[in-house]
Design a protein around this ligand. Structure first.
Ligand SMILES: [Zn+2]
Length: 412
């Protein structure tokens, strides 16, 4: 396997941390609130244009937002972030619609806060204290916001880099900061071992290494989930919504714990091989969902799979094992022996039987092997058809519509 790119791989993961801002005085609070109103209005300009023109084109939204944002009193850096936010909201809406999902057109809510461009802020240390210095757009004039930093984050704030976001929750202000961490590419050499991991519904995960396939059973998990669902239904019948909620929390904690164990075992397995690279399927960000299988759609919607994928990535990166994402299209229907790819290769749940060459096997095993085989491609080309990052920025931290953790692995 020839993968000349591997020596050039440097792993950067961007973790988003949310830090509280010490109660601002009246002048600062008024400034923040004024900025938030102006920012929301500017984003709304973009959404109006997106809806009117049925577009999410950056050029067109920029035209619609930027001049208006400047008129609203937003400095250039903030106006640019307002453009980004409207593009990102419009794209996620049109993306959902294209995927056949029903979604109402997004509107701006105050909770979205104020986008802080990479040049609009600095995290500065003053002795033991951290202060967020925010630009007002006028040279040399800043708003200083003292941060309430948990001791565990204190040293990491020095690594804050990229677009951030100021926002309000329950009357308090926070800043979401991207923290850039460079993982040592210890596992990277010119001859990597690809470990393909297939996440499944019946089996929790299946890992294919060059010499064996390991199943991480989800049987127990399924039983437990059914058990939880039963209890929940009983409470629902008795209209005990408090108990239903409590039960949901229990189930979630239990799944998280299971995912911890499975991800640990997968990463430990990978660590036994020389220069391991873990290959996962790209679960989201695929624009053209031709794969569209029931299994895939269910996984897309499931919090559990995302959580497991995140935990694998996180644990692997801590050991310096690179994680790459491959195109999920075809991984479940391609014959590992002759390469023939068709839906007919999957006659029934869990079975694989190639209609061309007659090769037979367990479907999860075939999936994991195909994912491992897609490793070199994923390593040299990056993730398939990802939503484009905003103009050289490592994506908007936390996203305007997604969770609070973003992570990227890219080539330098
Ligand atoms: Zn075949």
């Amino acid at each position: 396997m020839h993968t000349p790119m591997c020596d050039n791989i440097v792993m950067h993961s961007t973790e988003c941390v949310v830090v509280g801002i010490a109660a601002p005085n009246r002048a600062k609070r008024e400034w923040l609130e004024r900025m938030q109103r102006a920012f929301s209005s500017a984003v709304q300009l973009g959404l109006d244009a997106a809806q009117a023109g049925q577009t999410c084109s950056r050029a067109r939204l920029h035209k619609a937002v930027y001049p208006g944002a400047r008129e609203l009193g937003l400095p250039a850096d903030y106006a640019r972030m307002a453009v980004n936010a409207s593009v990102s909201l419009a794209r996620s809406f049109y993306g959902l619609r294209k995927a056949g999902k029903r979604a109402s057109f997004p509107t701006v809510s105050g909770s979205q806060g104020i986008g802080l461009g990479v040049n609009a802020y600095r995290c500065l240390r003053n002795g033991k204290r951290w202060v967020l210095r925010v630009s007002t757009g006028k040279r040399g004039q800043y708003v200083w916001l003292p941060l309430r930093v948990p001791a565990s984050y204190a040293d990491r704030l020095a690594l804050a880099y990229g677009d951030a976001r100021l926002f309000q929750r329950d009357g308090k202000w926070y800043v979401a900061l991207p923290i850039r961490v460079t993982a040592a590419p210890a596992g990277c050499s010119s001859n990597p071992t690809f470990i393909g991991v297939d996440l499944g519904v019946v089996r929790h995960a299946t890992a294919a290494t060059p010499d064996r396939v390991v199943f991480f059973s989800g049987k127990e998990a399924r039983h437990r989930r059914e058990h939880f669902a039963q209890i929940r239904r009983r409470y629902q019948r008795h209209r005990r919504t408090d108990r239903v909620k409590q039960q949901r929390g229990k189930e979630r904690r239990w799944m998280k714990n299971t995912n911890h164990t499975i991800s640990r075992r997968i990463v430990d397995l990978a660590a036994q091989y020389p220069s391991p690279v873990i290959v996962l399927e790209q679960l989201d960000g695929i624009r053209d969902r031709t794969r569209g299988s029931k299994k895939f759609n269910r996984m897309m919607a499931s919090w559990t799979f995302r959580d497991l994928a995140n935990k694998i990535r996180y644990k692997a990166e801590r050991l310096g094992i690179p994680v790459v994402f491959c195109d999920p299209r075809g991984t479940s229907k391609t014959c590992p022996k002759c390469g023939h790819a068709t839906r007919s290769n999957r006659p029934e749940q869990g079975r694989f039987r190639c209609v061309a060459c007659g090769y037979q096997g367990n479907a999860d095993m075939v999936g994991a092997r195909n994912i491992a085989a897609a490793g070199p491609m994923a390593l040299s080309h990056g993730a398939p058809d990802m939503p484009r990052p905003e103009e050289g920025q490592p994506g908007f931290p936390g996203g305007w519509s997604q969770g609070m953790r973003a992570s990227l692995a890219f080539r330098l």
